[in-house]
Structures are given as structure tokens and as C-alpha cells.
Design a protein around this ligand. Sequence first.
Ligand code: EPZ
Length: 417
Amino acid sequence: MSKLYINGGSRLSGELIVHGAKNSVLPILAATILCKGECVIHNCPNLSDVDSSVRILEHLGCSCRREGSTIVINSDGLSRFDIPDELMQEMRSSIVWLGAIAGRLGRARLSSPGGCELGPRPIDLHLSALGRLGMQIIDNHGYIDCVAKGRLRGNDIHLAFPSVGATENIMLAAVYAQGKTVISNAAKEPEIVDLQNFLNRAGARICGAGNDKIIIEGVRSLHGAEHTVIPDRIVTATYMSAASVTGGEVLLKGVLSEQLLSVISVFGEMGCDVSYSHNEIKLSAPHRLSRFSGVQSLVYPGFPTDAGPLIVAAATVAQGSSMFIENIFENRYKYIGELRRLGAKIKTADRVAVIDGVDRLSGARVNSTDLRGGAALIIAGLAAHGKTEIDKIFHIDRGYENIEENLRQLGADIKRK
Ligand code: EPZ
């Protein structure tokens, strides 16, 4: 298993184009099975989670071919409605296939998605919502069996929590339902808007994504469509944090700045000079960061939970004490033990983390615990004096394309061996 080796202390500077959003391309790839004919999806990042999605499409009988960052899918050969355990376990977000398969075929059988590093990851909101559309759900010894008695029927669905995945699953299942489906308390993340835009381009009739009420008018069929995936806002935040801990300067291109206002605000509080236009963000860091006083993760447009590890890593070398409160996932702090091995001074109590900035971190051997926790270790390793060795980097490869090449391009001393 390869590892990342970082020799910390180099100042990062330069510019990067940010790749497409993992959390947008995954539901859109699932959505292509609703379309008859060929879909062409551009700006697909080269990530292991995207590879897993392609394997699921091919398992279901679709044809897929990748041409650089474009993936061409034809679902006319769709012949199965099940996703076996080995494919489901590759990726937690596979649950979004439930709505797509059930929406197209009226039948779906998925191995129950396990928990993940962030906690149990329940799917109760998904299942109760699909039940309201007329799916009969049988939780069957590790498999979820969904059967529609005839055509699904539109319905009013209120989400007790604005779950991103549940919102996506309802949109996918409701596309072909008879009549209107109204989702209230829907998730408002940009990836939901991107999914709506793709589906409407294929002939769906959905409005309201980005707000807390989404309306889906059922249609009889969708045709193939061409779509370009939005840039990855969490990857953007990652490179901002990497530059910030090295006193560096970075120009990030191909971004959507208005999706990152909460993140930009925190780096501003930490003493960075952040300027931005619609598609570019420029961050210039001070010699030493200042602490952020108190940040808590919230649903969009609040501060994103996935960027929490990124600013916690930056706070480890800031002047002063910072406090972060994680409100979305119950087990998001596993990476903090690994940051402590680098010399970080962090105390946690339940969902609260207090980070006392230190003058210097020291390189060490650490293990990536999850996707964004792994990114936090890279950030800390860039700041640390000496060599840092990061193992279990398969977590990081789920969400970052060519991360070590990109960081090397900015001046980091990092390699994968
Ligand atoms: C999506 O996960 C993202 N993943 C996550 O990104 C992101 O952290 C999360 O949204 C929040 O923004 C993808 O889009 C593939 P949720 P999802 O359903 O849909 C609880 C990354 O690093 N909940 O909004 O699973 C759940 O336990 C990943 O890229 C229920 O209780 O998130 C959690 O506490 C990590 N019952 C909260 O809601 C349910 O049925 C938020 O979950 C569903 C969720």
C-alpha cells in the first residue's frame, strides 16, 4: 500500500484549476440510469469513488467509457436492479443508487450500506421518504429490498433533517412518479442544484433546488443529456488551507466562490488576505495564522462539515486558541488523535474541539482515518518541521485527484511511494 511522504516547511505559491465535485458527480452518475440513450458528463474527477460508480453502472448493464475527464454512459442495456455487497461497501454514498434504480425500474435491491469512519450513517430518512412515494421497503438481513406496487406516486415529503443524500434519493425516485412530489426541509447544498440542472437537461421537471422546498413533477421518460459537473468546493478549501499554513499564496481557478463564503470568512479571520471573483479565489497567508474564535458546522450555506478538519489543521499552528463545534456527524474527530502525533494541542469533549495553536509541529508517522481527516494530516504535514509519513491514503484518494502532484506544483516537498 502506497504512502505519502512530506518534508514540511516549504512555502506554497502558484495557481491551480480545481477539479469537479465528487459529491455532485456521484449522484449525477446514478441519475444517468434514468435517461434513455447516451449521457455525456464532463469535469468528472479521477477518484476511486467515481471508479466505484462506473463499476456499479457496468454491473447494472450500462455501457461506460471515460475520455479524460468526460464519462459517456448509455443505460439502454440496463438489465439489473441489484447492487451486491462488494460494490456497496466500496463507497458509503452508494445509497443514492436506491432512488435511481427504484425510480427507473420500480424495483431495487441493495446491500445495506455500512457505517463509515464518520459514524453509523443511518438511512431512515431515505427509506421513509421512498415509502411515501409508494415503495414497499423490506429490510432483509443485510439487504434492502424496494418494490413499487405499480407506478410510484408523487407525495408531500417533509425531511426531519435536511439530509443531502435523502434529498437526492427523493429527487431521483420522484422523477417518474405520477403527479407532484414536494420535498420540504430539503438540503440546499450546491450539489443538489447541480443534480436538478442535470435532470432538467434530460427532460425532468424539477424546481426549487438550493432552497428548502423542491418540487418534482413526474414525467414519463428522460432522454440523454450532456452536463458539466460543478467544481469541488471542499477540494478548493483544502488547497486554501494548505497555502495558509505555509505562509503561502495560491490562486484557485475554475471555482464557484459564492459557494465558499463561509470558508473564505474563516480564513479571513485567521489573517489571510482572500480576494475573489465569480470563478477565482486568491489567498495570501500571513507569516503566522491567527486563531479563529468559534466555528460550527452547519447545513449549507453554513460552514461545511467537510471543511472542519481543514481549518482545525490550520488552527494547530495558529497564534491563540480556536474552537470548532461539529454538528453534523457524531464521529468526525477520529483524525484528531493523528494530529496530536504531529504535536498538535487539541482537546475534545463530545462535539467540541479546542485547538491551542503551537509554534511548530513535528513530522511523524500517521494514519489517515477518513477522507477529510486524511487531508487534514497532509495540511499539518506541510506545516510540520521534518518528515511526515501518511499511511492508509486510500481514504484520501476517494476525494482528491492528483493531490500530491498539485501540491508539488505549488512548491511542496511531497511524494507518493
Ligand atoms: C453528504 O453525505 C456528503 N456525501 C458528505 O460528504 C457530507 O459531509 C454530507 O452530505 C453533509 O454535507 C456525499 O454527498 C456523497 P446527510 P450524506 O444525509 O448525504 C444524518 C465527504 O467527505 N442522517 O446530509 O450521507 C446523518 O447521520 C462526505 O465528501 C440521518 O440521521 O449526509 C448525519 O448526521 C462525508 N438519517 C446527517 O444526517 C438519514 O436517513 C447528515 O447526513 C440520513 C442522514
